[in-house]
Ligand binder design. Structure first.
Ligand SMILES: O=P(O)(O)OC[C@H]1O[C@H](O)[C@H](O)[C@@H](O)[C@@H]1O
Length: 560
């Protein structure tokens, strides 16, 4: 494929931005077109049997507060067509090796293919082959039901009620985010810990309150070679063997979620207690795989299955809807519009939902590890900016910290706001929910309409020198996502996949490989060298004076 900037739709969008885009005044656009909301809102309805309520949940994506006209959308769709977004999407769903730097298919959609359509990689049916998607799901179902019911017992015959997931990156962020988001559905007698950091504090704190007789360790690592995870896992194993006086049965208390059977067995976990997946599942897309075992244990397999089914519904939408109606494709194209034509550098995601408090952290890996790339498909550097800096925090908290910059700073920050119409906790007669919703609506409105100097003056009693400080420029774009019910497993699955395919669309337009992550390697290699040097005499070798100086100081102060 060609670099995006060589496409004719790209230059066309540049002229369109000059003549139309930069002159759009959103509040006027709404005044002039009473149908703007309808024109730019898209909806997906989840099947009733997987939705959180008794009817199928609608999820509304209101794109109308974005800096677009109908013509802009047409031109963005044209860009997607010229960039081959649909072709690339179809290649992904056909199991082609679109991860071209690693020679791998990108097939996480197979993990949530609950309608069991035929999906093949290299001619092999990945759904029904031995050890394939359906076999692993069945293994997860049986195991999670045994643990939850107490049929699976620890070495002294007790039920396992503490789950410690040891993993990092995609082997951590998905499970953490999803178990937090679905806490309402979680087993009340279960305590979960997620140990990711190599900082010994993380594992120490998790072990401090855990009882080896009732603790289950999930060692989650696609490669089973990640330094943090193998080190934390070994520390956990030593703790377990020491606390049980060597009587503890590893087979009852340790399972592995991995693609690497030989490393798993070397670690001492029986292959029978390994939940596998394939190399075509990228780490940041692995919560749908065996890596999601903590989710299945916590919320139960039926709910895990609904989570997959909600994701599948969004996959089907992405595969089938024409680009102009395609929700994730529109999300991705808007991101390109702001990044490449308005010079926006960031993307804010603010869930108005406490259960989604780790959602932005999860999306950081999804977005930035996927599209934080410079090199295009022909090996040359992109002549345009790529992946935005994604950040966020739940609201209303974020309003009281960094929203100042979003409202009055010098940067354009396209923002997504997410709200569920129904709360799982409608306390105080829904007062909290109504206040939450009023903020969700008010923030998007305030960012859009702003406040002029005349309006500030009209409020009266404002000294003239304060007027400019109280002006809000407005015209700041937001996408409002409204879940027409409560966020249950299926709704969450669909929301995640919206962002997955939004990220896919961006990468497809930018002509980069969204599925490798070479950028994380250099630091790992240097850390290995320095680790050795900490145990050797001196302050290492071949370093710049800053690194060498700090290494020496660390050794002196730390007593190494
Ligand atoms: O699951 P693992 O093989 O242990 O990998 C864990 C993580 O580490 C790597 O450095 C990658 O950047 C991530 O994409 C991955 O999710």
């Amino acid at each position: 494929m060609a670099p995006a900037s060589s496409l004719s739709a790209w230059s066309d969008l540049h002229s369109h931005h000059e003549s139309v885009g930069k002159n759009i005044v959103l509040k006027d656009a709404f005044k002039n077109d009473p149908k703007r909301f309808d024109k730019f809102t898209r909806k997906i309805t989840l099947p009733a049997d997987i939705s959180s309520g008794s009817n199928g949940t609608d999820i509304i994506f209101d794109f109308s507060k974005n800096l677009i006209t109908e013509e802009t959308l047409d031109k963005l769709v044209k860009l997607a067509e010229e960039a081959g977004v649909e072709k690339k999407r179809d290649a992904m769903f056909a199991g082609e090796k679109i991860n071209f730097t690693e020679g791998r298919a990108v097939y996480h959609a197979a993990l949530r293919n609950v309608s069991n359509q035929t999906m093949k990689v290299d001619g092999v049916d990945v759904m029904n082959t031995k050890g394939g998607v359906n076999d692993v799901l069945e293994h997860m179902r049986v195991f999670s039901e045994q643990v939850r019911s107490g049929e699976w017992k620890g070495y002294t015959g007790k039920k396992l009620t503490t789950i410690i997931n040891v993993g990092i990156g995609g082997s951590d962020l998905g499970p953490v985010m999803v178990t937090e988001a679905l806490k309402h559905y979680g087993a009340k007698d279960m305590t979960l810990h997620f140990v990711s950091n190599i900082d010994g504090t993380h594992i120490a704190e998790a072990l401090a309150n855990s009882d080896p007789e009732t603790t289950l360790f999930l060692i989650a690592s696609k490669t089973f070679t990640t330094a943090e995870t193998t080190t934390n896992a070994n520390t956990a194993k030593s703790w377990f063997l020491e606390k049980t006086g060597g009587k503890g049965d590893i087979a009852k208390h340790f399972v592995a979620l991995s693609t690497n059977e030989s490393e798993v067995t070397k670690f001492g976990i029986d292959a029978a207690n390994m939940f596998g997946f394939e190399s075509w599942v990228g780490g940041r897309y692995s919560v749908w795989s065996a890596i999601g075992l903590s989710v299945a244990l916590y919320v139960g397999f039926d709910n895990f299955h609904k989570f997959l089914a909600g994701a599948h519904a969004m996959d089907q939408h992405f595969q089938q809807a024409p680009l102009r109606e395609n929700i994730p494709a529109i999300g991705g194209l808007l991101s390109v519009w702001y990044s490449n034509f308005y010079g926006a550098q960031t993307h804010l995601v603010a869930p108005f939902d406490q259960y989604l408090h780790r959602f932005p952290a999860y999306l950081q890996q999804l977005s930035m590890e996927s599209n934080g790339k410079t090199i295009t498909s022909d090996g040359s550097p992109a002549k345009y900016t790529t992946g935005p800096i994604l950040f966020g925090e739940p609201c209303t908290n974020a309003q009281h910290s960094f929203f100042q910059l979003v409202h009055q700073g010098t940067k354009l920050i396209p923002s997504d706001f997410i709200l569920a119409a129904k709360s799982h906790n409608p306390v105080s007669d829904n007062l909290h929910q109504k206040m939450l919703a009023s903020n969700y609506l008010a923030q998007a409105e305030a960012l859009m309409v702003g406040k002029t100097a005349e309006e500030v003056r009209a409020e009266g009693n404002v000294p003239e020198e304060l007027v400019p400080h109280k002006v809000f420029m407005g015209n700041r774009p937001t996408t409002s996502i409204l879940v027409g019910g409560a966020i249950g497993p299926a709704e969450l699955g669909a929301l995640i996949v919206y962002y997955e395919h939004l990220t896919f669309t961006e990468g497809a337009v930018w002509d980069i490989n969204s599925f490798d992550q070479w950028g994380v390697e250099l630091g790992k290699v240097l850390a290995k060298k320095i680790l050795k040097e900490i145990d050797e005499e001196g302050a290492g070798s071949g370093h710049d004076s800053s690194t060498g100086g700090l290494l020496g100081a660390f050794k002196a102060y730390g007593g190494f």
